[in-house]
Design a protein around this ligand. Structure first.
Ligand SMILES: [Zn+2]
Length: 84
């Protein structure tokens, strides 16, 4: 029973009834779990959601890399100041 805490108006998968917090997550679920049964609109929604998700992931990776680089140079400068 995974849906006991989901609100009644949560978007639900039309194939298995599973609730999702956002339309985008539902579209991704449908594309991944029910790909062979999708109609053209649902497939298009999945491709849009997949594209958005890839963009978000790419921007997250860039930000994570920037934080790591900043941390690395922060420690390097601290080391240079403290160790000399
Ligand atoms: Zn489903």
């Amino acid at each position: 029973m995974t849906d006991t805490t989901a609100p009644d108006d949560a978007p639900r998968c039309s194939y298995c009834g599973e609730p999702f917090p956002t339309e985008r997550l539902r579209a991704l679920h449908r594309g991944l779990e029910h790909h062979e049964r999708l109609d053209d609109d649902e497939r298009e929604a999945f491709e849009d959601a997949y594209h958005d998700e890839s963009e978000d992931l790419r921007s997250f990776r860039l930000r994570a890399l920037a934080v790591l680089v900043a941390l690395y140079f922060g420690f390097l400068m601290t080391y240079a100041v403290v160790a000399v």
